[in-house]
Write a protein that binds this ligand. Structure first.
Ligand SMILES: [Zn+2]
Ligand SMILES: [Zn+2]
Length: 402
């Protein structure tokens, strides 16, 4: 398909190189050096995509997205071109990157652009990690690359509509980005269970306090309390200065148990996980693809039945995010604590023929180097079984497409 692409880049050599690549893919490319010229051209003839370099003076993706929206040009997809941090550390995403439809790392080649354009044309959904730490937030220099915030993953259904998995401390930063969008949002928050590390960020989630927003919170009842009550209880005066009733968004609660549901028009299946209290795993179908979120969950070493349950639930998933807090040496000391060794999770995902496994709920005492070692070993294990399954450790700021 021939697309019209505008580049916003004040480095003529660089812009020309990028434009040459997209032209070779059959796209039409025009280069603009400043925002007014780009916006005027877009009003005249709206492009399919705008590739912008944030190093260009006066360019801010967030502002540009706002301008497009005000001009009724919200269908233009924004791609932020970024130059990787020379320190090699994966930085936190900028506001523009969150608003953008995709990121493209410089230098890029034909293949990168081709696969990105095909993702965007197919309307693939963006999955983003805001918190990946298990049990308790654990910031610090040795945790910078993977991040210290507790569980929160988002799936963007539309510019103003998201599914959110868990409300750990990572949801605070997501809230700040939503505020930056400057428009009402529709949110579907799916909570796995009510342990602190999965709900603690909710009182700090600013969009929940704004009346123009709508948020439905889904989750399981707990043995001694209803789901809605548990969420309200953490905001009792003794724990937090502001009560749940201060949240001015249109809030709805829906209790889930094992079964099949529809959330925001998409099929969602739940599975009770093996974890203290009532905990649900989620499987979402979108655009013919499937996303599985299974956090927190213990597959005790050698327990075939527990493994089989997740295998069945995760069968053929395109992306599975699964609790892998422990290493084999943590057992048997931590048997019954409700978390899995990455080795069990990898073997389960292999049996389920998952395409891409993301290990998450990283132990607060496991530093970046230790997580690198886990990923390396997991990949060896996968290769040894002759599989080409992708495997990585979830990290804050990482974006994937579904
Ligand atoms: Zn947890
Ligand atoms: Zn838990």
């Amino acid at each position: 398909m021939k697309s019209l692409i505008y580049f916003l880049d004040d480095d003529p050599v660089d812009a020309d190189l990028c434009a040459t690549i997209v032209r070779s893919l059959g796209c039409e490319a025009l280069i603009y050096q400043d925002v007014p010229a780009l916006v005027a051209a877009s009003q005249e003839r709206a492009p399919d995509f705008v590739f912008l370099d944030e190093q260009t003076r006066g360019v801010n993706g967030l502002d540009l997205s706002r301008q497009f929206r005000e001009l009724g040009l919200q269908d233009i997809k924004l791609v932020v071109m970024e130059t990787p941090d020379p320190s090699g550390k994966s930085g936190k995403p900028s506001a523009s990157q969150v608003v953008a439809d995709a990121r493209l790392e410089k230098p890029f080649g034909h293949q990168h652009v081709q696969s990105l354009l095909s993702h965007l044309r197919k309307g693939t959904l963006e999955l983003r990690f805001w918190g990946v730490r298990g049990s308790i937030a654990a910031p610090g220099p040795s945790h910078d690359r993977y991040g210290g915030n507790t569980s929160c993953v988002t799936l963007r259904l539309a510019m103003d509509e998201y599914m959110i998995f868990d409300a750990g401390t990572g949801i605070r930063e997501f809230g700040n980005f939503l505020i930056g969008l400057g428009r009402p949002v529709r949110l579907h928050l799916l909570i796995s269970h009510a342990h602190w590390d999965h709900i603690q960020g909710l009182p700090f989630f600013r969009p929940a306090y704004l009346p123009q927003n709508t948020m439905t919170i889904y989750g399981p009842d707990q043995p001694e309390s209803s789901f809605a009550q548990v969420i309200a209880d953490q905001m009792q005066a003794v724990y937090f200065p502001v009560p749940l009733t201060a949240m001015q968004a249109q809030l709805h609660f829906q209790t889930l148990s094992e079964g099949s549901y529809t959330v925001a028009g998409h099929p969602v299946r739940t599975m009770p996980l093996h974890h203290p209290g009532s905990t649900l795993g989620y499987r979402v179908g979108v655009n013919g693809k499937s996303f599985v979120y299974a956090c927190d969950n213990e597959i005790a070493p050698g327990d075939r039945a527990l493994r089989q349950r997740l295998t069945d639930f995760g069968r053929d998933a395109h992306i599975m995010v699964a609790d892998a807090q422990y290493v084999p040496g943590d057992f048997p000391a931590k048997t019954g604590w409700g978390h899995s060794s990455y080795t069990e999770v990898v073997d389960t995902a292999l049996e389920a023929r998952v395409r891409h496994l993301l290990l998450t709920h990283h132990d607060p005492d496991r530093n970046d180097d230790a997580l690198d070692a886990i990923v390396e070993d997991a990949r060896r294990r996968i290769a040894a079984q002759g599989s080409d399954m992708d495997c990585s450790a979830a990290a804050e700021g990482v974006v994937m497409y579904l």
